[in-house]
Design a protein around this ligand. Structure first.
Ligand code: PGA
Length: 249
């Protein structure tokens, strides 16, 4: 059995003070949730402060990006080694916004995953199709390419795959649980081809307009192991409810 994995992706939101205020309320509210891996990914500038607040709690820290080199003349970049040093357990790699605005392709994603793993950090690797690709019937072809190129020679250990249909991100338009289950089952099938029995070790989580209202039906899908939550993770109440999916508050 894979442990459910629920992660907050704050994107470019919240100052250090906002982060502190959120965590002060959030940490005590989820301290008894032992059956779920809970992860928060604030902006880089809040990582050190958040790491201190999260030490000894059941909430892990993630970064939203990392470069693929350890150190050197790469102005503005942050290396996985630095993230490990500051206390990150995970890093999000290949988010569709990185692919769209910062031109990251599957080759870059692959290098970033390898660099993070070398530094001992787990990865949350985002894949997913654009609206035009879904409408053109190319969803599976896109997912297959992203898996085969992006995950080339990657060990399943500490690798979480986030299926995020790009048309569902920040749009309020969630995939139906049938669409999510279908894509997750496809991803699991492709992973079986590449990894054999070890495919079962991958957590495959869903992202794209997850809210307290739809999390229960998404989490009820056989192949949905968790959620990557953007907008609804910015408020303590809604993210707490998502972390406690399936429970009446
Ligand atoms: P959203 O973002 O929940 O705001 O749609 C999800 C994500 O981009 O990870």
């Amino acid at each position: 059995m894979r442990k459910p994995f629920i992660a907050a992706n704050w994107k470019m939101n919240k100052t250090t003070a906002d982060t502190r205020e959120f965590l002060e309320k959030f940490i005590p509210g989820v301290k008894d949730v032992t059956a779920v891996d809970i992860v928060i990914a604030p902006p880089f500038i809040s990582l050190a402060g958040a790491a201190e607040m999260l030490r000894g709690t059941n909430v892990a820290l993630a970064a939203q990006n990392a470069f693929y080199e350890e150190k050197g003349a790469y102005t503005g970049e942050i290396s996985p080694l630095m993230l490990s040093d500051v206390g990150c357990r995970y890093v999000i790699i290949g988010h569709s916004e990185r692919r769209q605005y910062f031109f990251e392709d599957d080759g870059i994603v692959n290098r970033k995953i390898k660099a993070a793993k070398k530094a001992g950090i787990g990865v949350i690797v985002c894949i997913g199709e654009l609206l035009a690709e879904r409408e053109g019937g190319r969803t599976f072809e896109v997912l297959e390419r992203q898996i085969e190129k992006g995950l080339r020679e990657i060990d399943p250990d500490n690798t979480v795959i986030a299926y995020e249909p790009v048309w569902a991100i920040g749009t309020g338009k969630t995939a139906t649980h049938e669409q999510a289950q279908e894509a997750h089952a496809f991803i699991r099938g492709r992973l079986s081809v590449l990894y054999g029995n070890r495919a079962g070790e991958f957590c495959i989580i869903y992202g794209g307009s997850v809210t307290p209202d739809n999390v229960d039906s998404l989490m009820a899908c056989e192949d949905v192991d968790g959620a990557l939550v953007g907008g609804a993770s910015l408020k303590v109440e809604s993210f707490t409810r998502i972390v406690k999916f399936g429970k009446v508050q």
